[in-house]
Design a protein around this ligand. Sequence first.
Ligand SMILES: *Cc1c(COP(=O)(O)O)cnc(C)c1O
Length: 373
Amino acid sequence: MARAEIIVDLDAVRDNAAVLRQRVDRPLMAVVKADAYGHGLLPCARASLAGGADMLGVAVLDEALLLREGGITAPILAWLGGPGEALTRAIETDVELSVSALWGLAEIQAAAREVGRPARIHLKADTGLSRGGATPTDWPDLVDATVKARASGEIDPVALWSHFVYADAPGHHTVDGQVAVFAEAVDIAESAGLRGLGKHLANSAATLTRPDTWLDMVRPGIACYGLDPLGGDPASHGLRPAMTVRAEVALVKRVPRGTGVSYGHAYVTDRETGLALVPIGYAEGVPRNATNVGPVWVGGSRRRVSGRVCMDQFVVDIGDDDVRAGDEVLLWGPGTQGEPTAQDWADALDTIHYELVTRIGGRMIRRYVGGDA
Ligand SMILES: *Cc1c(COP(=O)(O)O)cnc(C)c1O
């Protein structure tokens, strides 16, 4: 047992991929960016592939190269790069690249020429998110340039794609609007000669709620880790949260009524009570605004962070319960023992579970269970 650790259930990651893959019955790109949303890049990539994922998605090229160095041979798409990236390395290792602008296409083509083999690219349309992708105004030029580049043999366009603004509100008008803008972008590409390419749009929310957006492949991220992008119960989709965050009580003490707790005395005891010291803090990614609101499971019941979250520690008012140094504290987990979930934390802190699972870490160790752990 460790002072503080993140337990990742690789069987849950594998099973979630299998549930999603079966549901959509078409290729699935498991998104493993940001260290697999804080769950561990390589083990989660392997578990997702074991569950039937056909491809992996990452944001930046370094993540793709780490996957290759880790022996992952599945197709990988990396979609976020600036000028001057290690593109020859990407092409040599069969990493597929997203293209949103003419300069990006030119850089990839130059790198492909240097390597001596074609680069596989996914042309990205900006259908309304105003993040990556070419706007409807810029799209026809990007398509024409791609058709020319393909003729050189240096560029192999394999897919057309885009990303949703607000699929976590499935009935939101932007979803239909983006589907329509994407259909126009596809028409333009096909008229210009880019036919038979794969098309993909759906993140987790769309994978769970909008079959009309599944097209030729889906790209779920958060759902692979068992969290519901719609803020509901993941079990209703057959998903299981993979992450448990646990620590061990470092110290317990009795204090009188009126005792101020932690920096600024943001919590004051309203009776004689017990306090338990938990040895993780914002350096581990416990948000400082969990002060007085973050739910924790200690000694068989749910309590709250009492007073400020410090860099290395926080305190929990345990009342008169028999909690001892060394006892387990759960911040979040699948919820099966009554412990809070990452969704409960998100609700208490007015954020999303994506942010919580991705930022937790620091000095905590990560321990894998299940899979080939
Ligand atoms: C992060 C990301 C995804 C996955 O999103 P989830 O909401 O976690 O399913 C898919 N596509 C792109 C472009 C992304 O950036």
